[in-house]
Design a binder for this molecule. Structure first.
Ligand SMILES: Cc1cc2nc3c(=O)[nH]c(=O)nc-3n(C[C@H](O)[C@H](O)[C@H](O)COP(=O)(O)OP(=O)(O)OC[C@H]3O[C@@H](n4cnc5c(N)ncnc54)[C@H](O)[C@@H]3O)c2cc1C
Length: 400
């Protein structure tokens, strides 16, 4: 055995991580191959045009959207670790915006439909969602309320057998392309947490036209995640049947709080995998780029940056896996999920910053892709609950 192998034996090459079986690893191999072959080559064009919705349909055909959903709805019936593998594989796309659009579908919109939906709602949204034939978006945030979910103003007023929805939502990922929205609205505008209800609202009719009263008011320009469509949506007396309610009336805040845990878990997995990809690309560069007669990676200052990054990435990864294990085994570890979301978000932003630094001027250039990753990963400290909100959740868990 070579000395280098002895110092850092590659356990991953010989033995699965204790969370993953051979079946998980088979999925990893096939899905990573697909991402590298069918997504990665398009990463630059999708920064301009956003990812095409056909890609979601293709993922559905290949069975990558329903990994953890029951077979009766077209899923694969796998455990939660398949979702982790899926998120890790998507990191090979080189396109944070595409990964985010997919995660909205697989880990944010469809799980609440599965958990809370009636059989009719499952047939209408979960089944075509798993096939990639219907794309969903999630509408929590409003121009006047983000972190303070109970402060939303979008209202759904009962009118006979229907509800009439009015209000606006902003920063909505998949907002332009979506066929339906998982909408958070007030059914009792006087109440805060107890006045919220979830709705599944069709945004398009059978011909694919937008439903009356619904408009995409603006497509927003962003710092990063350019491959994703991020929109402001307006609802002007959009009429939906009472069957559009998802879960219990007045329990929407608690339902969406449950959804947010999965959102934070998938964000954390994306952060760790994204950091790994940045590390690998930068390591390659540091072995090739020479200064003062040697590869820059051979300067102690640079070598130590890699050592620091590797340590942080590994710590974040294992923390994420242990939290996923608890989640997969039926616990609801809100505080740990918040910690892992906070820790991995900060970690991947630090790694991105160090990688730009190691690449020097090339780190600032678009062609080296670290520049894009640096902009894309910054969202993680804001989306799915900001750092400050995570700190609040964690701090309060100590009775403070
Ligand atoms: C690219 C992108 C995509 C997104 N996609 C979606 C989507 O698909 N669906 C969706 O619903 N939302 C989406 N969001 C919205 C995102 O979840 C919110 O931006 C986030 O929750 C923060 O809300 P806010 O932007 O309104 O900030 P605010 O809540 O106004 O917060 C502003 C600042 O105040 C701090 N702050 C707020 N409250 C407290 C407090 N109690 N203690 C300490 N500090 C506090 C925050 O941490 C932050 O630093 C997206 C956002 C972006 C940028």
């Amino acid at each position: 055995m070579e000395a280098a192998t002895l110092i850092k034996p590659k356990h991953e090459a010989t033995r699965n991580h204790l969370l993953f079986t051979d079946e998980h690893e088979d999925l990893r191999e096939s899905m990573r191959g697909w991402v590298q072959k069918e997504l990665y080559p398009h990463r630059n064009e999708w920064e301009e045009a956003t990812w095409p919705s056909e890609v979601m349909r293709r993922a559905g055909e290949l069975g990558f959207l329903g990994l953890c959903f029951p077979e009766q709805y077209g899923g694969q019936g796998g455990d939660y670790y398949y979702s982790l593998v899926r998120a890790e594989c998507m990191s090979y796309s080189g396109s944070g915006g595409t990964n985010m659009g997919f995660a909205v579908q697989t880990d944010m919109v469809l799980p609440p439909v599965h958990l809370l939906g009636t059989e009719e709602q499952k047939q209408r949204y979960l089944v075509p969602g798993i096939k990639g034939q219907k794309i969903g978006c999630l509408g929590i945030t409003e121009p006047g309320a983000g972190s303070d979910v109970a402060g939303i103003r979008t209202k759904a007023v009962r009118d006979g057998d229907d509800y009439v929805i009015s209000g606006s939502k902003t920063f909505i990922t998949n907002g332009r392309r979506a066929d339906f929205i998982l909408l958070v609205a007030k059914t009792d505008p006087e109440a805060r947490h107890e006045g919220i209800t979830l709705f599944l609202v069709d945004l398009r009719d059978d011909e694919g036209d937008r439903v009356p009263g619904f408009t995409v008011a603006r497509e927003l320009e962003k710092m990063g995640m350019h491959a994703a469509d991020t929109c402001e949506l307006t609802f002007d007396e959009v009429r939906v049947p009472a069957e559009a309610v998802l879960g219990e009336i007045g329990k929407g805040f608690y339902h969406i709080s449950w959804e947010l845990q999965a959102e934070r878990m998938v964000a954390a997995a994306g952060c760790v995998a994204g950091a790994e990809r940045m590390f690998e690309r930068t390591l390659e560069y540091a072995k090739e780029r020479e200064a003062f007669g040697r590869p820059i990676g051979r300067f102690q200052a640079i070598r130590h940056k890699f050592a620091e990054m590797a340590t942080k990435i590994e710590a974040a990864k294992q923390f994420n896996y242990v939290t996923a294990w608890r989640y997969a085994n039926g616990e609801y570890p809100v505080s740990e999920i918040s910690e892992v979301k906070l820790f991995t978000s900060r970690m991947c932003c630090e790694v991105a910053d160090e990688c730009v630094q190691i690449l020097g001027g090339y780190g600032y250039m678009k062609e080296y892709e670290i520049e894009r990753a640096y902009r894309d990963v910054r969202l993680n400290r804001i989306g799915a609950g900001t750092d400050e909100i995570m700190l609040e959740v964690i701090g309060r868990s100590y009775g403070l």
